[in-house]
Design a protein around this ligand. Structure first.
Ligand SMILES: Cc1cc2nc3c(=O)[nH]c(=O)nc-3n(C[C@H](O)[C@H](O)[C@H](O)COP(=O)(O)OP(=O)(O)OC[C@H]3O[C@@H](n4cnc5c(N)ncnc54)[C@H](O)[C@@H]3O)c2cc1C
Length: 455
């Protein structure tokens, strides 16, 4: 009998357990250990006051793997698809300006004219020096597209996706497609134009919110024999021991003292928790992973009365560069994205505060956050009616901050894992996480699908 223990019961851990055990070898045993009180990790849907609210991710950009998973889980009929033409906005000069997604951003009025003209010269900018192994997102955009695009395009993009500081975030690790496009073609725009057209991705959620995905994974996983221990904080891990006998290769102890033997350990933890649990077995990468920091975020969910259709915010949402007089990093328009699950005459917004550029914002108390979020949403959408509901939540370790040179940490981790797993038919330790191999939910599911057969 092989015992597989998955550390972390977020979407990645749940999907790994479910996908691994759809066709288990006879006798295999899959256990998920999750320190929180419910499965789902960062995915946290709150259903209250007749509303479906998202404290964490609000939508999933599909990948072929996520499409297959949604279908296998019987969730296809619950899928809600956001309008792909829904506009996105950036605040500049106190006004929300519409932006196109992708390279077309460079042509629209969101950027000052001088910035647009400079950006169009990108294909003629010299290719990066051969010895430049990585650089900050800010440095990359200034070099390729000019300071205007770095200020008005890259900074809000970095806030919206990574809640990070573009001057410290690694472009190679955080936006590998842009880094590779330049590497391939000597120009980002030429490289993107030559890349094979990706399958169109949809932006989806479910009638009951993204929580439906976590709930269904836990339920179907349970039917396939995957056990989930909640409130099970990892307290210590011993091993690897030599044999795969009854004692197991690893012994995982949780906070209440229970010890679980494992032949294969799969970590889906954040980098510092992973390094704390397994650091001594990672002589090359352990201390670098332990030092990886995370941004903090506060999220404010609000429902407003919106009696006329033009009172409600339209489109996907807006991003706010610093210096625009607003503290919100961005505001998502949930009722515009998935209108069919919102009661008539109600508008839902999600405001984000904090991140690396405003690290003290999450220290505000709940009532101050609610006041701030309401004032800023009203400034942008003055015709909204009274607020019907509001809720502020905090994420103390929201998103990993990948420093310039992070790829080198990952290379050292690969070397540590190669050594640990050398000569084994099945790996002893498998590691995945947003800090290693993809941030979006669609990518997390793709990673789970890729790894499950190897366990
Ligand atoms: C506010 C916010 C908004 C986001 N919005 C989007 C979005 O709209 N779309 C999108 O695609 N992505 C979004 N993301 C990113 C996305 O949510 C994550 O990348 C994804 O949920 C990660 O899933 P995971 O299972 O890999 O990790 P996690 O969800 O972080 O799961 C890891 C699990 O490990 C557990 N754990 C940690 N330490 C221990 C320990 N010592 N012992 C036991 N268990 C432990 C944690 O409790 C957690 O449940 C957002 C993230 C945040 C924070």
């Amino acid at each position: 009998m092989r015992r597989i223990v998955i550390l972390g019961g977020g979407v990645t851990g749940l999907a790994l357990g479910y996908l691994r055990n759809r066709c288990p070898a006879p006798g295999d045993d899959v256990l998920i250990l999750e320190e929180g009180p419910s499965p789902g990790g960062t995915v946290r849907t709150i259903r209250e006051e007749g509303l479906v609210l998202e404290a964490g991710p609000v939508s999933l950009r599909t990948t072929p793997a996520s499409d297959r998973l949604v279908e296998a889980l019987g969730l296809s009929d619950d899928v809600l698809v956001a309008d792909p033409r829904a506009p996105r906005w950036i605040v500049r000069g106190g006004r929300a300006r519409r932006v196109a997604a992708g390279p077309s951003l460079l042509l629209g009025g969101a950027l000052p004219l001088a910035a647009r003209l400079r950006a169009l010269a990108e294909p003629f900018v010299a290719r990066r020096p051969a010895d430049l192994a990585d650089e900050s997102v800010h440095g990359f955009f200034v070099r390729r597209f000019g300071a205007g695009v770095a200020r008005w395009g890259a900074e809000p993009l970095v806030s919206g996706v990574w809640a990070d500081d573009p001057r410290t975030l690694s472009v190679r690790s955080a936006f590998p497609a842009l880094w590779e496009a330049e590497g391939r073609a000597g120009s980002v725009l030429r490289g993107l134009a030559r890349a094979p057209r990706p399958r169109p991705r949809r932006t989806i959620s479910f009638r009951g919110g993204l929580g439906s995905l976590a709930e269904r994974l836990a339920e179907r996983g349970g039917r396939a024999g995957v056990r989930i221990e909640l409130d099970a904080e990892i307290a210590g891990i011993e091993g690897p021991f030599d044999g795969e006998g009854n004692g197991g290769v690893w012994k995982v102890q949780i906070a209440d003292g229970t010890v679980y033997p494992a032949d294969t350990l799969v970590s889906t933890l954040d980098a510092p928790s992973f390094a704390e649990a397994l650091g001594p077995r990672l002589p090359r990468s352990g201390s670098r992973l332990a030092a990886l920091s995370y941004s903090r975020l506060a999220v404010v969910l609000q429902a407003f009365r919106a009696d006329s259709p033009d009172a409600a915010p339209r489109g996907f949402g807006l991003l706010v560069p610093r210096g625009e007089g607003l503290r919100s990093l961005g505001v998502l328009h949930l009722s515009s994205l998935f209108p069919t699950r919102v009661p008539n005459g109600v508008a839902l917004t999600t405001s984000f505060f904090g991140g690396a550029l405003d690290p003290s914002a999450p220290d505000l108390c709940e009532s101050d956050l609610l006041r701030l979020a309401e004032a800023e949403v009203r400034r942008l959408h003055p015709r909204l009616g009274p607020r019907l509901h509001g809720r502020a939540l905090k994420w103390p370790s929201a998103l990993p901050r990948l420093p310039v040179g992070h790829h080198e940490t990952l290379r050292l981790l690969d070397a540590d894992l190669d050594e640990l797993n050398a000569g084994r038919e099945r790996p002893r330790l498998v590691v995945t996480g947003t800090w290693r191999d993809g941030l979006g939910l669609g990518d997390r599911i793709a990673r789970a699908e890729e790894l499950a057969p190897s366990l």
